[in-house]
Design a protein around this ligand. Structure first.
Ligand SMILES: Nc1ncnc2c1ncn2[C@@H]1O[C@H](COP(=O)(O)OP(=O)(O)OP(=O)(O)O)[C@@H](O)[C@H]1O
Ligand SMILES: [Mg+2]
Length: 376
């Protein structure tokens, strides 16, 4: 099967035509300068790619989004002689699959063509069913963000599948600091544009960590934005993320607010983080009781002991006795490695891949992946 291709531009696009004709899955149907006619042309096709000259279309992103919303079998590639991050983001937000810069570069064209052809001809392998892991504690500063961030990265490395790390800690969200990111999209945008957000959009636009399959969804930059996000919107967001990713790891704030509880209710695994001291353990004990009375069996709550030291006064057996449940895993105390990771804005494996904490996060990821896949 071939994919029909149309160019919308008022200038002769010789190079683009040549690339399209050379590409194995594309067949050049026409070049048009009449944007109105595009609607009818695409209607007749089982699948199509439209290359839109944004300089000719005067950066009319509304045109792109109206076509994308109307035809699910259509992919749009914008191109411009004045490429910018702003133009790229606007194109992606409108629903385009990508943007090319003029003069065209063959490798860029081929990479985008491969991606589109994969999608339209269904060559891509099915993503496995999504599992949601929420990292929670009713105490602040206990290591939730450290665990969520490093766990998400290790899951991406192990599975090589798309993993999302979501920062639901609206007041003190610091996932972006942990990763030294300046995201172009945050949760507010996602929840306010839920009708536009689909798998392709998420995979294309969420900040990716280096060359891994870890995507990061940051907390809203302004507190007042966070207040306007409803539980329903969080629920819808989680459902959308489920379509796009194989794992969603959610970092939460230290309390039982509605948004956190929505994440907990929708999770396949809740990692309840504690440390080996009595006040923390008492809190954890209460938390387990509350969760057990409120949450259905499918939402398993498992305890992770953070900052664990072999010679602690309270050992793992004591903790299990106090909590009345087995410990799922433990992360050793390693102040130096953790602090240098945070100060540099990188995961601990980049500070020292052989450190006890890096190994522990890797092990936690293996256990968590195994746990969620065994469950169903
Ligand atoms: N295993 C560890 N060993 C040593 N220090 C750690 C460990 N895990 C976390 N920390 C340190 O504890 C501090 C708090 O960690 P983190 O921000 O992950 O906690 P949190 O539960 O997300 O906090 P908050 O409730 O504010 O969101 C950080 O300075 C971090 O470096
Ligand atoms: Mg945190």
């Amino acid at each position: 099967m071939v994919i029909s291709t149309i160019i919308l531009s008022d200038t002769e696009q010789r190079i683009l035509k040549m690339y399209i004709e050379e590409y194995k899955d594309f067949r050049l149907l026409a070049q048009s300068f009449d944007s109105d006619k595009i609607y009818d042309a695409v209607k007749e096709l089982s699948n199509a790619v439209l290359f839109v000259d944004m300089d000719y279309m005067e950066h009319d992103y509304h045109f792109i989004s109206s076509l994308c919303n109307r035809y699910s079998n259509l992919r749009i590639v914008t191109f411009t002689a004045a490429p910018s991050t702003d133009a790229l983001l606007k194109s992606l937000r409108a629903g385009a699959s990508g943007m090319l810069s003029v003069p065209f570069i063959k490798d860029e064209f081929t990479a985008l063509a491969n991606k589109i052809s994969d999608e339209l001809l269904n060559n891509h392998k099915e993503k496995s069913k999504c599992r949601i892991i929420t990292v929670f504690s009713n105490k602040g500063g206990i290591g939730k963000t450290s665990i969520a961030s490093n766990l998400a990265l290790e899951l991406a490395k192990i599975s090589k599948e798309d993993v999302a790390l979501v920062d639901l800690n609206f007041q003190l969200g610091d996932v972006t600091t942990f990763w030294d990111l300046k995201p172009s999209f945050d949760l507010t945008y996602m929840v306010n544009n839920s009708e536009k957000i689909n798998r392709e959009f998420l995979l294309n636009t969420l900040e990716k960590y280096k060359n891994t399959s870890l995507h990061i969804l940051a907390d809203p930059p302004f507190f007042k934005d966070a207040d306007n996000i409803s539980t329903k919107q969080i629920e819808r967001l989680i459902a959308t993320l489920k379509d796009a990713f194989s794992y969603v790891v959610i970092d939460t704030s230290a309390g039982f607010d509605n948004k956190t509880m929505t994440a907990v209710y929708n999770s396949d695994l809740v990692l309840l983080v504690t440390v080996a001291n009595l006040p923390a353990l008492r809190n954890t004990q209460r938390c387990i009781e509350l969760f057990k009375s409120e949450i259905s069996d499918s939402n398993d709550i498992q305890v992770v002991v953070n900052r664990y030291m072999e010679n602690d006064e309270i050992d793992l057996d004591d903790i299990e006795k106090v909590l009345g449940q087995k410990i799922f895993d433990k992360i050793p105390n390693n102040y130096f490695t953790m602090m240098s990771a945070i100060n540099k804005g990188v995961p601990v494996c980049e500070i020292n891949n052989d450190s006890n904490v890096a190994k522990a996060y890797r092990n936690l990821a293996l256990k968590a992946a195994d746990f969620v896949y065994r469950k169903k």
